[in-house]
Design a protein around this ligand. Structure first.
Ligand SMILES: [Fe+2]
Length: 440
């Protein structure tokens, strides 16, 4: 990071740069045919640091981009900041005080719907509730029961409706597990002992277990005080995965040593007899220089009776933002989707021009290629039936040649056929993080 910080701020340039305006367009023209079975809102959040330069891509004010689909029509597009305390009180995300204030979220990382509420999330703070129209309701602390920050990557069980999550921080307790019931009530919080404060972006859940990642991106006070990313790579911190029953406590934890690596995002995890299978986008290293080594889809098999972990890289494609059909979360899945990435000669994060579909049963890859200078984001699966790939992949695509963005829908059964529908947007959509499809 110290090295990276002296270079140009790649996250403020090109399509990482913020847009200046909140705009709205009604009844947008559609090229191709929007699937008539999709009625709802496609929403995506990401950093939009228009107030001041930020010290890292991860630290800009969260902006939502939303497209409302209704029976084959694109009813509206709009982009709106999440109206956070940071914006209301003009606190800059580089102010180190934000790390001590749970309300000081950028809300820039992910959006999920649980128990009828849409949550805009960022992992160092409380969630903000937002509306399907992209309005901001406000921060939530679950009736005062949430005592830690909340991860941006909770897991919603398709069978029980529970939301499984955690919070982490750089002061003890470093990691706390949280379980929410189907009505959105926080019903369990358990401290998870770890070796020190590390950055824990995501975790995994199966039908019966949760899996924590204790990996060597460690807290760095010096970097925190300068307002930069307060975490760095460590060659010394041992990498482990921790398995715990979903309703268990710390005494039920079983830790598995794994070779050093970093993971932002798992694809999915599931039980296979006495083994827990965890598929992730795995980096050999992270932030030694920057995003210099791309991630690849990697499978950990955690043998519970033997206490041993085995790992193998499943595919060579460099990828990020892996997603599945959410109805298969925690269950055995056959398909996974991701956007391609590539290594660069500087510290920046480099999106590729392809969305890929992994067939994990047949070890096959298919994809949609968008062409030179056209960069898709995270592919969000919108179900249109009951089969695992019976639906559409939704994303925003940036076209560098035209400095413009469009919404794209792909048939998940046939990516190589290209988009079934494209909706040109009135303003470019900066590269961001995660999205969701909220069906009516
Ligand atoms: Fe993420």
């Amino acid at each position: 990071m110290a090295d990276g910080a002296r270079r140009k701020s790649w996250w403020l340039e090109g399509n990482f740069a913020p847009v200046e305006q909140e705009v709205e367009a009604l009844d947008l023209p559609v090229e191709g045919a929007l699937p008539p079975e999709l009625s709802g809102v496609f929403m995506r959040t990401g950093p939009n640091p228009a107030r001041a330069a930020t010290a890292h891509w991860f630290l800009g004010d969260g902006m939502l981009h939303g497209l409302r689909l209704e029976r084959g029509k694109a009813r509206w597009y709009r982009n709106r900041y999440v109206d956070t305390k940071l914006r209301k009180e003009n606190i800059l995300p580089r102010d180190p005080a934000i790390f001590m204030d749970k309300l000081a979220s950028t809300a820039n990382t992910n959006i999920v719907r649980h128990a009828g509420r849409i949550l805009a999330l960022e992992e160092a703070h409380f969630p903000y509730e937002v509306t399907p129209e992209l309005g901001t309701v406000g921060p939530i602390d679950f009736d005062g029961k949430l005592k830690t920050a909340l991860t941006a990557h909770p897991k919603i069980c398709p069978e029980t409706g529970e939301m499984l999550a955690f919070g982490y921080g750089f002061v003890p307790p470093f990691l706390v597990y949280h379980r929410f019931d189907a009505a959105g009530r926080l019903v369990q919080s358990e401290e998870i002992p770890v070796g020190g404060p590390t950055m824990i972006h995501d975790f995994s859940a199966t039908r019966t277990k949760v899996v924590f990642m204790d990996l060597p991106i460690v807290f760095d006070l010096e970097q925190a005080m300068t307002g930069g990313m307060p975490y760095r790579w460590s060659d010394d911190y041992p990498a482990r995965l921790g398995v715990m029953p979903r309703e268990g406590t710390a005494k039920d934890l079983q830790w598995f040593s794994i070779p050093s690596c970093y993971v932002f995002h798992p694809l999915n995890a599931y039980d296979e007899g006495e083994t827990v299978v965890v598929d992730v986008a795995r980096y050999e290293k992270m932030w030694v220089k920057g995003f210099d080594e791309p991630a690849r889809l990697h499978r950990f098999r955690l043998d519970l009776p033997g206490g041993r972990a085995r790992g193998e890289t499943l595919f060579d494609e460099p990828i990020e933002f892996p997603r599945i059909c959410d109805a298969y979360a925690g269950l055995k899945n056959r398909f996974g989707y991701a956007v391609t990435t590539h290594a660069g000669d500087d510290a920046g994060f480099k999106l590729g021009t392809r969305i890929v579909k992994f067939d994990l049963d047949r070890h096959a890859v298919t994809g949609a290629e968008f062409g030179r200078g056209r960069f898709p984001g995270e592919p969000v699966f919108a179900a249109a039936g009951y089969g695992e790939d019976d639906g559409f992949l939704l994303t925003f695509v940036f076209d560098a040649g035209r400095n413009a963005s469009e919404f794209v829908a792909l048939d998940a059964k046939n990516l190589s056929a290209g988009p079934v529908a494209r909706v040109p947007l009135p303003q470019r959509v900066p590269f961001g993080f995660h999205g969701a499809w909220f069906a009516d």
